[in-house]
Design a protein around this ligand. Structure first.
Ligand code: NI
Length: 396
């Protein structure tokens, strides 16, 4: 048997344990930067596997290290630990036991999978050319993002590259999705208040109507996307919250807007923020009202390093067969793995978890979300393969 076949067989044997770990985590979700029990669980498993590790990194993260028996660089493998403030609607026996908290983004699967990968790698230390660093990071879902804290605490120091994976309910189980270069958008939050002068709706000439101004502003700001953005570079500006608490005969004092701006280029992202400020100020003040505006920077653009992604893709094809590798489209959601890709070569790929026959079709961040756990047999072995193959290549 060659190494890929061996890993596939070993991952198959390990699968029941990985599923049990995933189900334990799924029953006990914890929110961002509160992953104390989750981190303790990871730490216990790493101890059982004989893997040296540190806890309390980036507050509630865990970083382990497997030193191979051959010389070479250090490669980081990343999982995220946190759950979401969503009440689970599923009734299977591993459903969340915590009201209002749920692993609805598959981070339980990522964590269990990386533990499985660590177990496999420990069986192949003689094949590891260099060192594998295991990054279990907190708070992917909440700003400032656990990845940025991991970097600030130098948890990635000395690593040549980082690889991460994410479940994908749009992709059939057994498939792996990948994209080179720009992949996921930056995402910034916009909070905007228009302060006018309220009063009786029958006397608009004596007031400054923030509702009318808000309507103009929402339409005008779309010019940013249609006239200012490079049409070759996707941008999204959406307002999902518009609050004007007047009545049929009352013009309110203030209108509150909340929205999101997303794009795929850091320089345009900064210029777009300035353009939003200028346009909003011009329109609101030009119509006699006052503007309060805050643009809260979220995660940056996630860019998969082209050279690294080419070698990761080749390794994935060798492991699952080229017919099971899918080219991903640009994805307008954001992900804090982006911080790693700004600091060092990174590659973030997707594991298919969809199974229509079993009704496993619900999207990420929904109360019905689930995965086909068969995906874990693939993801554990695949990541071990990527680490062994990638380090061997880099070590030359
Ligand atoms: Ni996620």
């Amino acid at each position: 048997m060659n190494l890929a076949e061996t890993l596939r067989a070993e991952a198959r044997d390990l699968h029941p344990r990985v599923v049990a770990w995933r189900r334990h985590l799924h029953r006990h979700p914890e929110l961002a930067f509160e992953e104390h029990e989750t981190a303790a669980f990871v730490s216990e498993r790493l101890t059982e596997l004989g893997i040296a590790h540190r806890t309390g990194v980036a507050r509630t993260g865990v970083v382990g290290e497997i030193v191979g028996q051959r010389p070479g660089p250090t490669l980081a493998l990343r999982a995220d630990l946190d759950a979401l403030p969503i009440a689970e609607a599923n009734t299977h026996d591993y459903a969340s036991t915590r009201p209002g908290k749920m692993h609805a983004c598959g981070h339980d699967a990522h964590t269990a999978s990386l533990l499985g990968t660590a177990a496999l790698l420990m069986q192949h230390r003689d094949h590891i050319c260099g060192t594998v660093r295991l990054i279990f990071q907190p708070s992917e879902e909440k700003l400032p993002g656990g990845a940025s804290v991991m970097l600030a605490e130098n948890a990635l120091e000395g690593t040549a590259a980082i690889v991460g994976q994410h479940v994908m309910p749009l992709l059939e189980v057994g498939r792996v999705g990948i994209r080179s270069g720009r992949y996921m958008a930056s995402a910034d939050e916009i909070y905007l208040d228009i302060i006018g002068r309220g009063g009786h709706a029958a006397q608009p000439h004596t007031l400054i109507d923030p509702v009318g101004i808000a309507a103009q502003l929402i339409v005008a700001l779309q010019q940013l996307v249609s006239r200012r953005a490079d049409p070759r570079l996707p941008s999204v500006l959406s307002f999902g919250r518009v609050e004007a608490l007047g009545a049929t005969n009352v013009i309110p004092e203030r209108v509150h807007l909340e929205g999101t701006f997303r794009t795929f280029d850091e320089s345009w992202r900064s210029r777009a923020h300035e353009a939003i400020r200028d346009m909003a100020r011009g329109i609101v003040e030009g119509m006699g009202a006052r503007l309060e505006l805050e643009i809260r920077r979220g995660y940056p653009v996630l860019t998969n390093d082209e050279q690294l992604t080419a070698s990761v893709r080749a390794a994935i094809e060798a492991y699952v067969g080229p017919e099971n590798v899918v080219d991903l489209d640009l994805w307008m959601a954001s992900e804090d793995f982006a911080y790693y890709t700004q600091a060092l070569p990174g590659c973030f790929y997707r594991i298919g978890t969809r199974n229509e026959g079993r009704g496993i079709v619900h999207g990420l961040h929904t109360p019905q979300f689930d995965i086909d756990e068969e995906a874990l047999a693939l993801s554990t072995g695949l990541m071990a393969w990527l680490a062994l193959d990638g380090l061997a290549r880099q070590a030359g």
